[in-house]
Design a protein around this ligand. Structure first.
Ligand SMILES: Nc1ncnc2c1ncn2[C@@H]1O[C@H](COP(=O)(O)OP(=O)(O)OP(=O)(O)O)[C@@H](O)[C@H]1O
Ligand SMILES: [Mg+2]
Length: 400
């Protein structure tokens, strides 16, 4: 069943599957209720039977939110209930095709003594809902809260029970939200969907690259990363700040990246790139609240940190408009070599499409790339004054 939200359908692997269980996790206020409400609204409009079970909000609160979403959201039947048996009875009586339980931590199985949200309760609640969902072929979305350390609270234990685990992420202060599949029995776990929170609900971001590139600067410490989000290329700006530290153990702060990855890149930069940041605080940020989770980000992190440490901007490619940011991708090996990463042609097509030519990339990446074999060569290409364009580094669209 299509949810009518393209990005959500794609992450689900095509849509909701009857009789399946989807666990949707995310931190408070990120937009889980908004997303599920919108999806049910669309399904209702498309003629499917739906039910929204809210254990957190009153029916009135749900209605208030629905008012500012697309019209269908107001037509979704709402049940404000925390008692599991009552919820199961309603499901059995109404037999909707799609149902949202918001959230699984608020339901309570009467026969168990634990408080709602305790592991035993959450497991029992899920097990019994699953039984009924399979029997009546109801597609169920369980909303789950995420703890401070990022794990799906309690529901960790649910991850193998359910068919699909989705994570809704983003910085609350910023409008961008990202939906990822951590597990999916019906599709790839590489897909990610991008949204923006607006007055009228969550809007799909169809050309995120254009937005991030337009916002990117060419100041020291900034570089554009040609990343892959599943099967889609995405250009994001990576920024770094290197500042003298007053701490014995300098700070290493990342946002949108894996912290260990930064440690590794800093070690390689020091050992093979001649850029030591030992005593300095290092901050690295993927702009826009996006998370990058692939080896191709190494080079961008290295170049951003090197550029910040030296206070030298990364020069755009020769022939690019002044102030054009530079793009790159590639994995760093422990010996300082630049390693090939997947889908170079899609990444390069994306950078060319947005006017960023001569993307710094590993060997064998293809035409349009400024190919370099080592970190040292990458640093030279990125931090040296722009060399005149040659056949090999001329961007594809200019050559054409
Ligand atoms: N009028 C509005 N215009 C724009 N955004 C709004 C508006 N009202 C609420 N929001 C956004 O919607 C978010 C809440 O969304 P939602 O209730 O779907 O989140 P949630 O993940 O279900 O949260 P919770 O964990 O509390 O249930 C708020 O954080 C806010 O950013
Ligand atoms: Mg909610």
């Amino acid at each position: 069943m299509s949810t009518g939200i393209g990005e959500l359908d794609r992450v689900l692997g095509g849509g909701l599957v009857p009789g399946s269980l989807v666990l949707l996790g995310g931190s408070p206020g990120i937009g889980k209720s908004t997303l599920t409400n919108m999806a049910l609204g669309n399904l209702t409009r498309a003629g499917h039977g739906t039910l929204y079970v809210s254990g957190e909000e009153s029916a009135e609160q749900v209605r208030l939110r629905a008012e500012r979403l697309a019209p269908g959201a107001l037509e979704v039947p709402v049940l404000a209930e925390t008692d599991l048996d009552a919820v199961l009875d309603t499901l059995a009586a109404h037999r909707p095709q799609a149902c949202v339980i918001d959230s699984v931590q608020t339901l309570r199985a009467g026969e168990l003594t634990g408080a709602p949200g305790a592991v035993g309760q959450v497991r029992e609640v899920t097990g019994r809902i699953m039984e009924l969902a399979k029997e009546l072929s109801i597609a169920v979305v369980l909303v789950g809260h995420v703890t401070k350390d990022g794990a799906l609270a309690g529901p960790r234990a649910l991850e193998h029970l359910v068919d699909c685990v989705l994570q809704f992420e983003g910085e609350r202060q910023r409008p961008h939200r990202e939906l990822r599949a951590l597990k999916n029995r019906f599709g790839s776990t590489n897909e990610a969907g991008l949204f923006e929170m607006r007055q009228g609900g969550l809007v799909e971001v169809l050309d995120a690259s254009a937005r991030f590139v337009a916002e990117a600067t060419s100041a020291p410490g900034s570089v554009v990363l040609a990343a892959m989000e599943g099967s889609r290329p995405l250009l994001v700006e990576v920024q770094a700040l290197v500042a003298p530290s007053e701490l014995e153990q300098p700070r290493r702060v990342v946002s949108g990246l894996d912290r260990n990855r930064l440690a590794l890149v800093l070690a390689i930069l020091g050992r093979h790139g001649g850029v030591g940041v030992g005593g300095a605080d290092v901050f690295v940020n993927v702009v826009g609240g996006v998370r990058v989770d692939e080896p191709g980000c190494d080079l961008a992190v290295a170049l951003a940190v090197a550029s910040a440490a030296r206070g030298v901007p990364i020069t755009g490619f020769a022939g690019g408009a002044p102030g054009t940011p530079r793009a790159c991708f590639g994995e760093l090996g422990l010996t300082g070599e630049l390693r090939w990463v997947g889908h170079p042609e899609r990444r390069l097509a994306e950078t060319a499409k947005h006017g960023l030519g001569a993307t710094i990339a590993p060997p064998d990446s293809g035409p349009g790339a400024c190919e370099v074999a080592t970190l040292r060569e990458a640093l030279t290409a990125a931090l040296a004054p722009a060399a005149p364009s040659t056949e090999s580094n001329r961007p594809a669209q200019l050559a054409a």
